[in-house]
Design a protein. Structure first.
Length: 211
C-alpha cells in the first residue's frame, strides 16, 4: 500500500499480518487499513450483512442506536432533511428518527443504491457502524461533504481503536467486512482536511460539523 485511503498521505507502513490478512498503518492519521487484496467479494459482503440482526423491536439493539440518536436530537428540527448513509438492509436508526417526527432519506451502496441523493443537500447525515466498511474513506467523506449544507453535521458511530487492547484479538478487526479502523486522531485529520469541527459526545461517537 503506497497511500493512506483515509487522508491520502504516503507515510504508510506495514503494520501486521494476522491470519493471512495484511494490515497497514498511516503514520499521519493513525488509521489501520486492511490491504485491498484481502477485501471480500461483493456477494460475500452482502451475504454477511444479511446475517445481522437489525431488529428495531430488539430493546438492546434499539438502545445501542439511541447512543447516536440522543446526542443529535436537540441539534435538528422536524423541518430539517437528514440522510442515513450506509443504512444497511434494515434501516433501524432512520426508523427511530422517523418515529420521532424527523425527515430522513436512505442510502446504502448495496441495499439502497439511490445515487440521486448526491444531487441534494442535507441538514444532517448519520453514519452508524458504516465508516469501517468504506473501501475508499477519503472519497466517501468527500462525497458526504459535498451534500452537507453549511452549519450542518455528520454523526458517526464506530468502534474507535484503543491502544490498550490487542488489535489482533479485537472483535472489530475480525469482521471480514471491516477494512479501516479509526482513532480520535484519524477523525481530527478527516475534519481538518475539510474544515469541519469535531465533538465527541460519548464513547465511539463523533459529530463532525461543517462550518
Amino acid at each position: 500500500m503506497e497511500i493512506c485511503t483515509v487522508c491520502k498521505n504516503n507515510n504508510v507502513i506495514f503494520y501486521a499480518e494476522i491470519e493471512k490478512m495484511l494490515y497497514w498503518e498511516c503514520q499521519v492519521c493513525e488509521a489501520k487499513l486492511l490491504d485491498s487484496k484481502n477485501f471480500i467479494t461483493f456477494d460475500a459482503e452482502k451475504k454477511h450483512y444479511l446475517k445481522h440482526n437489525n431488529n428495531i423491536d430488539d430493546s438492546a439493539y434499539r438502545n445501542f442506536l439511541l447512543r447516536l440518536v440522543n446526542p443529535i436530537k436537540d441539534k435538528i428540527s422536524n423541518q430539517d432533511l437528514g440522510l442515513d448513509y450506509g443504512c444497511g438492509y434494515a434501516p433501524a436508526l432512520a426508523h427511530i428518527l422517523i418515529q420521532d417526527g424527523f425527515k430522513i432519506q436512505l442510502y446504502d451502496p448495496i441495499f439502497f443504491p439511490d445515487n440521486s441523493i448526491f444531487l441534494r443537500k442535507f441538514n444532517f447525515i448519520t453514519c452508524s457502524e458504516a465508516v469501517e466498511h468504506f473501501f475508499n474513506p477519503y472519497e466517501e467523506f468527500k462525497k458526504i461533504d459535498s451534500i452537507l449544507l453549511k452549519n450542518s453535521f455528520l454523526a458517526v458511530m464506530t468502534s474507535f481503536m484503543d491502544k490498550r487492547n490487542s488489535f489482533e484479538k479485537w472483535h472489530y478487526r475480525r469482521d471480514p467486512t471491516h477494512v479501516v479502523f479509526y482513532t480520535q486522531k484519524t477523525f481530527e485529520i478527516i475534519a481538518y482536511q475539510r474544515n469541519w469541527l469535531t465533538d465527541y459526545p460519548e464513547k465511539d461517537i463523533v459529530i463532525l460539523k461543517k462550518q
